[in-house]
Design a protein around this ligand. Sequence first.
Ligand SMILES: Cc1ncc(COP(=O)(O)O)c(C=O)c1O
Length: 293
Amino acid sequence: LLPDCLILSDALNHNSMIEGVRAAGCARQIWRHNDVEHLEKLLSRAAPARPKLIVFESVYSMDGDVAPLEAICDLAERYGAMTYLDEVHAVGMYGPRGGGIAEQDGVMARIDVIEGTLAKAFGTLGGYIAGHSSIVDAVRSHAPGFIFTTALPPAVAAAAAASIAHLKTSGTERAGQRAAVAATKAALREAGLPLLATDTHIVPVMVGDPELCKQASDLLLEEHGIYIQPINYPTVARGTERLRITPTPAHDLRLISELVDAMVAVWRELDLPLGKNDLRPVEPRAQTVAAGG
Ligand SMILES: Cc1ncc(COP(=O)(O)O)c(C=O)c1O
């Protein structure tokens, strides 16, 4: 719909966005993950009158890091670009009304399109985009993925609406999650489990080997009744395989302590190293950049 549009996509964008970018058939350039200097370089090289769309996430689901939204909005305004923000891992959980990181950072009005899910924090199914009515109308009228599929069943839509209405006014669940996340991180750290340092509810525990990662997940389920998915290549770069924990407000101290005991037992059984934590994401991540290209 935007002739000659240039899409500028963060290197670690989720596959659903990559597929969307591909389907758009526009020229695209990949900017290094969360690197606003690189983004600016690409923006400054494009002709000023050319339509541009910056595509990125707020909370990245694998490393649990957060995009510098304000700096990206500044660049978008300076170079006349539109912004498309995936807040799937943030809606319901961040911001005073659960609007996401854009609400928390006070930049919602500066983002052209915000994408959210009704699954994850809202606990149902489906998703949405929010933006100016003309943009939403354009997507409604032209997006095959929206047009050629069945609408949400009324019961699911009602459940989603109730969940959103609740989380708009109740901060109890957000505070409960923050407390559970802090307690989980502290307990994992205390036990010497190799967690990646994050500022969010996403708590990656690094394994660094695909077979061991799958075995750790299997042992947790079979011997301890705890299900945590193994995350291997191509979702993350080779050598950074991990278990990813996302505590909820319903995880209390007893459950957290059981989790940590179980993980220590599995780590010992698999002869995985204990004692190193607060790790940083591994750079460069050329493999995921290529997969996300
Ligand atoms: C960043 C991101 N965007 C979009 C989606 C898709 O959301 P949904 O599963 O609700 O379709 C996911 C995963 O589910 C995701 O992790």
